[in-house]
Design a protein around this ligand. Structure first.
Ligand code: ZN
Length: 497
């Protein structure tokens, strides 16, 4: 009897008081044109995995075991997964993953980056994993990241939403709550846990593209305003006010008119330059170089990258993607993998430099050094001497182009891109005495397209630190890089004899 009582109590506890501790397996939300689905997560050794058999429904994959490996097929293209190997063959190309594939309890588990790096490639679809909100965006959807914070005082409270990319919000009032509706396909939403407050008691998602703010006992009216801290984001501030406030209530915030950034777009000839990936250096825990007055490289690179994106989109009408559009940590390999998955035609990694001597200044352009790339290629080739299971059984050595050494094939074009960047920068900003250099930058090694890394100035130099944080200098850099892309495009579009 006693045992029975305990079981009942346990079930009650699981159902009521501790839903987050018991019974709720972590899951990802998949967002696509077709709607939303849930994909269970499996955590092994602190690493997020998904089961291959769970991918069949959402992604239409089929899987078959052969010779100790697993072949996953989608759109008639094949991914070969090998147990305990952190590398998969994707349509004949070797792709490294964050962790080894695992075979557990008759299921195959693959790390989360299998989705963008392997599946996204064979499906030719952008797959974007947003780890913080456990959201996976499939296809080119507008899914802004929305970060929420509440600032509360004794007399009022403000709720601030930061949306990136920029999105138009609309605020309406209903009994006991405010609804914020976003112009988007879905939201990547981060909401803080709220302590009980006089003006606001809860903030929660309401459907795929709206947020509900439940107002508290002291709330009487509100006013809201949108601003654009930079081209890549929108800030919505909602002030919650008590009764007796003079502020004219604003039932609906007039949305800020979105700047028309896509005037006449010149069609890009087939085979020409269509997609640019910009890589804002560092981010999140990785601050990068820091200036004597506290400027941080990670902030400068993101600001310049967003300005450049706006320029390229508006003037050239090319597709532009940023490897990060907010303050987050991204590994070097994920950055080049992102460019590869988006089939970028050009990869620009943006950095700011630092030197021990404060006097050193000027911009520099880098492309990958040949010697190191060759050495790396040889080392990787040895690493990759794994026999992979072949279709139809048995094993074979697959003729692979190593993802990690992809850049080796583009050195000539990267050198000409570096030249174009140097010329364009020289016309606008001070250059270092060694304006074009080669170096074994990890972020360039895996890029499967012409790629350069631009050090836009020395943040360690007080004068340059001041420049690098100014809108005027950031615009000059963005203009120069736009100009470089135009020059480079002219060279690649020229028909080859
Ligand atoms: Zn850097």
């Amino acid at each position: 009897m006693r045992r029975g009582v305990w079981i009942v109590l346990f079930v009650l506890a699981a159902a009521g008081a501790m839903p987050l501790l018991l019974g709720q397996a972590p899951a990802l939300t998949l967002v696509s044109r077709d709607g939303r689905q849930t994909l269970p997560l499996v955590v092994v050794n602190n690493q997020d995995y998904v089961a291959v058999d769970d991918l069949a429904g959402p992604f239409g994959t089929t899987a078959r075991e052969a010779a100790g490996g697993l072949t996953v097929t989608a759109r008639n293209r094949t991914i070969i997964v090998t147990a305990d190997q952190p590398v998969v063959s994707v349509a004949g190309r070797l792709v490294s993953l964050a962790a080894p594939a695992l075979r557990r309890d008759n299921r195959w588990l693959v790390p989360l980056d299998f989705l963008p790096r392997a599946l996204g490639t064979v499906l030719e679809t952008r797959i974007d994993v947003r780890r913080a909100s456990r959201t996976v965006v499939i296809g080119d959807l507008r899914v802004p990241r929305v970060v929420t914070r509440v600032e509360s005082g004794s007399a009022n409270a403000s709720i601030v939403f930061e949306m990136s990319p920029a999105t138009t919000p609309r605020v309406t009032a209903e009994a006991g709550r405010l609804i914020v509706q976003f112009d988007a396909d879905a939201l990547d939403l981060l909401v803080p846990t709220l302590p009980q407050q006089a003006f606001v008691t809860a903030i929660a998602a309401a459907g795929p593209t709206a947020i509900t703010i439940t107002t508290g006992p002291r709330f009487s009216t509100f006013r809201s305003a949108t601003s654009q801290p930079d081209a890549g984001s929108t800030r919505l501030t909602i002030d919650l006010l008590p009764a007796g406030t003079d502020a004219a209530p604003a039932p609906t915030a007039p949305p800020a008119p979105a700047p028309d950034i896509r005037p006449s777009i010149t069609p890009i000839p087939a085979g020409g330059l269509r997609t640019v990936v910009i890589d804002p250096g560092h981010g999140g825990d990785e601050l990068g170089a820091q200036g004597p007055n506290g400027a941080r490289e990670k902030d400068i690179t993101l600001a310049v990258s967003r300005r450049l994106r706006t320029l390229i989109e508006s003037r050239l009408g090319l597709r532009v993607f940023l490897t990060r559009d907010d303050d987050r940590t991204v590994s070097h390999d994920d950055r080049s993998a992102f460019a590869n998955n988006h089939q970028a035609d050009v990869f620009l990694s943006i950095h700011a430099n630092a030197a021990v001597r404060a006097g050193i200044k000027g911009a520099e352009v880098y492309y990958l050094s040949v010697e190191r790339a060759d050495a790396e290629a040889r080392r990787r080739a040895e690493d990759a001497a794994v026999t992979l299971p072949a279709l139809g059984g048995g094993t074979r050595t697959i003729d692979l182009i190593l993802w990690e050494t992809a850049q080796a094939r583009y050195l000539e074009q990267s050198s000409s891109l570096a030249g174009a960047v140097e010329q364009a920068l020289r016309a606008r900003v001070e250059m270092s005495p060694r304006p074009v250099q080669q170096a074994p930058f990890r972020v360039l090694v895996g890029a499967n397209m012409p790629a350069v890394l631009v050090e836009i100035g020395y943040v360690s130099n007080p004068e340059q630190e001041q420049q690098l944080t100014s809108a005027a200098y950031q615009d000059r850099i963005a203009e120069a890089l736009l100009d470089a892309i135009i020059r480079f495009r002219a060279s690649v579009d020229r028909p080859t004899p």
